[in-house]
Design a protein around this ligand. Structure first.
Ligand code: PLP
Length: 453
């Protein structure tokens, strides 16, 4: 380091122009594009400030007032504040805010209530479920006996199958939650089944916790024993996660909260990320304010408006609509495996979303036949129902541009075919035109103007 003065008092703009410039480009990318990935959001400056705070320097293994290292009075204060805010916001008696992210949070739940080899049930990944709910390549299927459940051909959860499988396999743990499901989760029906077979019932609300906090989605609190959530999706905080135990959970197992604490630390993790904890506290503070309710409801209003506008143009949606922040576009009317074409063509038009499987996908998870999109980030940016028509129109025009491309049946031809596709769309005039319109549109909804890099 050249001098301590530089080290502590100068900003990254002068000390590291290389990284600074990459961050600047990322701000530009976010500012000039429409972010429709439903698991992403745009956090407040306050969340960013807490995340970039000196708490990143601290080690605080343990829990508030029970730490292994000294100097933890402020780390204690900020973690306790995050816990108290989460308890109040969600109405639960116990919260752990230390999981590094959603997947480690779910791992801690397994570690707390299951033994290796126990049977678990979760939403099948190609049907919209998460990796950590028992997908074959994930730890959750390697260490436990995974019994996946499915959605029906209409896209809705198959509750009859779920009950039948639960009675047959008597799982120790049942998950409800998904990364690609556009309808309200029937927590009450799940709880009945879990209670009937004596299973722990965990609701993974990673995607919808902000909607729950803002009362735009039913809460699982009266029904589940355990609730996990990320903090960076609709909750609009930093990357991180929380595990909650409900009154019902404590009634089933009075030691459940203690088991979760021990599973997170020292079971799976070392020192908590106190800078993330501070930012989670800020996000929970924001989510407790009345205008967050408006935000959560606006997310759903926008999602419904976008779904309606897309269907009006003749696009096909899984379940023909949405109850939440998310939409699944079924591209099978144009052929199979079309998701990658639309995702990449939209990327060139500054619209970001992700390819995704649809129920009974005729293609594979790597080349799925749909795309997933959602409204949390654009709603944070101030877009309303009216603007959803512009987005639907852009998507429709790009769908038209990729319609004629067909994923080869012969796997060995896919690479060359995609290379040719990429070369052609780069020069597509309509895609370039949509991009220009998107950049212009985004100027009306600026973000992070005060950030200097
Ligand atoms: C996003 C998500 C997770 C995992 O979160 P990461 O932070 O990416 O590990 C877990 N469960 C569900 C349902 C999710 O949508």
């Amino acid at each position: 380091m050249s001098s301590l003065k530089t080290f502590f008092n100068e900003s990254i703009t002068t000390t590291d122009p290389d990284v600074s410039s990459i961050i600047k480009h990322e701000i530009t990318r976010m500012s000039e594009g429409l972010e429709l990935i439903p698991s992403e959001n745009i956090v407040s400056l306050s969340v960013l400030q807490a995340l970039g705070s000196v708490f990143t320097n601290k080690y605080s293994e343990g829990y508030p007032k029970k730490r292994y290292y000294g100097g933890n009075e402020n780390a204690d204060a900020v973690e306790q504040l995050a816990i108290d805010r989460a308890k109040k916001l969600f109405g639960v008696p116990y919260v752990n805010v230390q999981p590094y992210s959603g997947s480690p949070a779910n791992m801690a739940v397994y570690f707390a209530v299951c033994n290796p080899g126990d049977t678990i049930m979760g939403h099948n990944l190609p049907d919209g479920g998460h990796l950590t709910h028992g997908w074959k390549v994930n730890f959750s299927a390697k260490f436990y006996k995974s019994v996946p459940y499915h959605v029906k051909s209409d896209g809705y959860l198959d509750m009859e199958e779920i009950r039948k499988l639960a009675i047959e396999h008597k799982p120790r743990l049942m998950w409800c939650g998904a990364t690609a499901y556009t309808r309200e989760f029937p927590f009450e029906e799940f709880a009945k089944i879990a209670d009937e077979v004596g299973a722990y019932f965990a609701a993974d609300v990673a995607h919808i916790s902000g909607l729950i906090a803002g009362e735009a989605h039913k809460s699982p609190v009266p029904y589940a024993h355990i609730i996990t959530t990320t903090t960076h999706k609709t909750l609009r905080g930093p990357r991180g996660a929380m595990i909650m135990v409900t009154e019902k959970g404590l009634k089933k197992d009075p030691e459940l909260a203690d088991k979760i604490d021990k599973a997170v630390f020292p079971g799976l993790q070392g020192g908590p990320h106190d800078h993330a904890t501070a930012a989670i506290a800020v996000a929970l503070g924001e989510a407790s304010k009345p205008d967050f309710k408006d935000y959560a409801h606006q997310i759903v209003k926008n999602s419904r408006a976008l779904a309606a506008a897309m269907m009006k143009k003749g696009l096909k949606l899984v379940t023909n609509g949405t109850d939440n922040h998310m939409i699944l576009l079924d591209l099978t009317p144009y052929g199979k495996g079309k998701g990658i074409f639309l995702q990449e063509a939209l990327d060139l038009a500054n619209i970001t979303l992700n390819k995704n499987t649809i129920p009974a996908d005729p293609s594979s998870p790597f080349y799925p036949s749909g795309v997933r999109l959602g409204t949390p980030a654009v709603t944070s940016r101030g877009l309303k129902e009216k603007e959803m028509e512009f987005i639907a129109d852009c998507i429709f025009r790009i769908v038209d541009c990729i319609k004629s491309y067909q994923l080869p049946d012969d796997k060995t031809q896919i690479k060359d075919y995609l290379a040719k596709f990429r070369e052609e769309v780069k020069h597509n005039k309509e895609i370039a035109k949509v991009k220009g319109e998107v950049v212009e549109f985004c100027k009306g909804f600026p973000i992070y103007q005060t950030l200097k890099y």
